[in-house]
Design a protein around this ligand. Structure first.
Ligand SMILES: C[S@@+](CC[C@H](N)C(=O)[O-])C[C@H]1O[C@@H](n2cnc3c(N)ncnc32)[C@H](O)[C@@H]1O
Length: 314
């Protein structure tokens, strides 16, 4: 069910299955009846992704204060939105799935956060805001999926458009915090199934021509999203107009969605972090060993997630 009071900027039809839509509608009914947390507990086997404070640990790195107006893209269950709203003046959150947008808004309401406004949209990677409104944009684990609803536009063009849009809506001197997955990240190089490439092992770590050949032979449509290498993502962010790019590394690497810490990914910072006895490179032995053997200047090319903090010049 779509909330008719919520701004809706969607341009393309929904792609969720009927079963998924029913599940999310039920989630929203439970949220209103039993509270958002009980709804999540009744719906999912594991709730850490939507509730654990490690999910928003990266907010500690950001220049947030009660004067900031922040845009979050990809609010999902509101796990980052609510944490952001507690730290800043105002949060505008956008989400492509109407049921998630509704849930995130209800979660904010139940937590008494009236400084967050959730809207539905950005399936066309166009932001429904005037130029120069925001102090910061948070794009956490969304860029890889963002062009999925617009089948006529190549993924990378949708991603470029979204990055340019983020730049446009930032005030001069504003910043973006961007995390996405790494095409040559340790998890994919270890042969983990890639959700962006039909759940194939190695997925987008394979050459693009091979993915497209195998896809054609197996009668697949285009892959679900697109991920890049460190140099390509660096270039995309720079071409969108951002400068002062600072890479970060969420560790333990293979638990990058729920990191215990986020360290700068430059060689000097990695060498310093490695000297600490409690520093954990990876969450399983193979990853720990491989990263320990990787020279510090090369680590940023192999991290499972790629994170950049970057600025719009003042
Ligand atoms: C992997 S989840 C990440 C959720 C949240 N940002 C976090 O880090 O916990 C990606 C979310 O982005 C949403 N999404 C994907 N493409 C989007 C787009 N173009 N605009 C807004 N949201 C989008 C998905 O529906 C999903 O809720």
């Amino acid at each position: 069910m779509i909330d008719t009071e919520m701004p809706n900027y969607l341009k393309f039809p929904q792609t969720e299955s009927e079963e998924r839509t029913r599940e999310l509608d039920r989630l929203n009914e439970l949220a209103v009846r039993d509270g958002w947390l009980n709804a999540v507990k009744q719906t999912y086997d594991s709730i850490d992704y939507m509730t654990s404070p490690v999910r928003y640990k990266f907010l500690d790195l950001l220049p947030l204060n009660k004067e900031s107006t922040i845009l979050e893209i990809g609010a999902q269950h509101g796990q980052i939105t609510t944490a952001l709203a507690r730290r800043v003046g105002f949060v505008h959150a956008l989400e492509v799935v109407p049921q998630f947008a509704r849930f995130a808004a209800e979660r904010c309401r139940q937590e008494g956060l009236d400084n967050a406004k959730v809207a539905c949209g950005v399936d066309d990677c166009q932001l429904p805001f005037e130029d120069g409104q925001f102090n910061g944009v948070v794009l956490n684990l969304v860029l890889e999926w963002c062009g999925q609803r617009d089948p006529s536009t190549p993924h990378v063009e949708s991603q470029k458009k979204l990055l340019r849009e983020c730049w446009r809506v930032l005030k001069p001197g504003g910043w973006i915090y961007l995390t996405t997955k790494n095409r040559y990240g340790m998890v994919l190089l270890h042969g983990v199934h890639d959700p962006h490439t039909f759940n194939w092992r190695f997925g987008q770590a394979m050459p693009r021509w091979l993915i497209s050949l195998l896809g054609r032979l197996l009668g697949k449509s285009r892959p679900e999203g697109m991920i890049h290498s460190y140099p390509t993502l660096h270039r995309l962010v720079t071409e969108a107009g951002f400068s002062n790019l600072k890479p970060y590394w969420a560790v333990p690497d293979t638990s990058y969605r729920s990191p215990t810490e986020i360290v700068p990914a430059d060689a000097e910072s990695i060498r310093a972090a490695r000297k600490r006895p409690d520093f954990k490179h990876g969450s399983y032995t193979k990853a720990e060993v491989m990263f320990k053997l990787t020279p510090a200047p090369l680590v940023k090319y192999l991290t499972s997630s790629l994170t950049f903090f970057a600025e719009k010049p003042a």
